[in-house]
Ligand binder design. Structure first.
Ligand code: GLC
Length: 459
């Protein structure tokens, strides 16, 4: 990239960084007859492992290091000559995911820096054509599959090496090369690694494209964050994703392209959001307070916080995918691995209130959230307020109730409401009370947790 190009691109740094967290939901959702069946395993699975790993793990300042420090493309490319992980052990990754109680994994096949962890004969910037001489995606897919987990790949069409990404109108040939790379690589991923369960897109679609959509009228004016790119260039997402779906008929994808999505992504602890059971969604976040890629200075989030996030997502009828950034040698930081095992130990005891449940029927309220499966409702009391919990009436007969997390729970029921009385409950991250009903909980419409509850029924 020339100097003026680099300067233009640098100007967009702040705009672009802000835009990532404020993305609108542009992608439509799938409506085909197989849509619900395709995603049903995922809705039951609830919990997955996300892994951001690539040459950016070497400088260890996060996956955005090239961009945020404006490292020239040629300089950054030298990292590929050093990326030769000697502790890469995808069986260990998969075993850890299982110990954590996770049912699927998603690995960054290629992030925004353009470095592919797979074999793309059309690019020199791959793990096959640099120090490692290895197709990490191939080994990863095999290991995860062998462990009995569902396999996911993250892929970013955007590539900072192409000025055509920022200015598709000005650098049209570059934008076309970028698009050709996207279509080619997606086709390779879909063709060469057997069955893929998830393709997790990022950086695609019109709300990301062309952040150089600015005009010079006494200053640079960035495109407002809630407006998408409307220029002439197109990723041709329908074609790329259509080909992916043809090759991988059961694959599910998120909503970061313009093609119809199977599920929506919510990003970061703060994006937990409202209860939503009209379409599948997933909260993604990091196990540390740092970036997604490896950063040894980042602090691991407390166990209770992570468990509450998981429970809060599931109680809002969503999934939860938790990210670790493996080290450049391929190992997952032992302290992070330990935290994952702790979550797994909790799920080992209380997983029946999480897996294969749906959120509700009580909507999230001050007390916490609820989940249900068959004829059982699980109250997840995240913020106990004394020994009694009063909830609005339940249009189903409660046959019995019990405290899963220790102590006892007594329930009484009238036309006016349900009262749960707790005795001798140990301090718990989540006090779980199971209500056994005489009829399936799925027959109950969602119920606001109290008359003043903020969460109203989705329309
Ligand atoms: C954010 C980060 C990006 C990461 C993504 C995962 O957008 O900027 O690097 O891959 O989150 O959702």
């Amino acid at each position: 990239m020339s100097r003026p190009q680099a300067r233009l691109v640098a100007l967009l740094l702040v705009v672009f960084a802000c835009a990532t967290s404020l993305r609108a939901q542009w992608a439509p959702l799938v409506t085909d007859k197989d849509a619900a069946a395709r995603i049903s395993w995922w809705r039951d699975a609830k919990f997955g492992l996300f892994m951001h790993w690539g040459v950016y793990s070497i400088p260890a300042r996060g996956e955005w290091v090239q961009w945020s420090e404006q490292i020239p493309v040629d300089e950054y490319a030298k990292l590929a000559g050093q990326f030769n992980p000697d502790k890469f052990d995808p069986d260990a990754w998969a075993a850890l995911a299982k110990e954590a109680g996770m049912k699927y994994t998603v690995l960054t096949a290629r992030h925004h820096d353009g470095f592919a962890l797979f074999d793309d004969p059309g690019s020199d910037f791959t793990s096959m054509r640099s120090a490692a001489h290895r197709d990490f995606v191939a080994d990863y897919v095999k290991a995860v599959r062998k462990a009995g987990l569902h396999v996911g790949l993250y892929y970013s069409p955007l590539d900072w090496r192409y000025p055509g990404f920022f200015f598709p109108g000005i650098y049209r040939p570059s934008a076309e090369q970028l698009r050709a790379q996207y279509h080619r690589q997606l086709n390779q991923l879909a063709s060469n690694y057997g069955k893929l369960d998830i393709v997790w897109f990022d950086g695609g679609g019109g709300d990301w494209l062309g952040f150089g959509g600015v005009t010079f009228e006494g200053g640079w004016h960035a495109r407002p964050k809630d407006q998408r790119y409307t220029g002439a260039f197109s990723w041709q997402d329908d074609e790329a994703v259509g080909n992916l779906r043809k090759l991988q008929p059961s694959v599910i994808i998120n909503d970061r392209t313009d093609a119809a999505a199977d599920f929506r992504s919510r990003e970061g602890d703060g994006a937990l959001g409202n209860f939503e059971n009209r379409y599948p969604w997933e909260l993604c976040t990091t196990i540390t307070d740092g970036p997604w890629g490896y950063d040894p200075s980042a602090k691991i989030k407390p166990l209770d916080h992570l468990i509450r996030l998981l429970v809060s997502a599931v109680g809002r009828d969503g999934n939860f995918i938790l990210n670790v950034g493996p080290r450049p040698d391929g190992q997952i930081d032992p302290a992070q691995a330990e935290r994952l095992r702790e979550i797994g130990a909790w799920l080992g005891k209380y997983g029946e209130s999480i897996y294969s449940t749906r959120g509700g029927p009580y909507l999230p309220g001050d007390f916490g959230v609820s989940t249900y499966r068959d004829k059982t409702i699980y109250l997840h009391i995240l913020a106990p307020a004394g020994k009694t919990l009063a909830l609005p009436a339940l249009p189903a007969k409660i046959l019995s109730c019990s405290a899963l997390t220790g102590g006892t729970a007594d329930c009484s029921q009238s036309d006016k409401g349900v009262t749960v009385t707790l005795e001798g409950n140990p301090e718990a991250i989540d006090t779980i009370v199971a209500l056994t009903l005489a009829s399936p909980a799925a027959e109950i419409h969602t119920i606001p947790a109290s008359a003043t509850a903020q969460e109203k029924r989705p329309q």
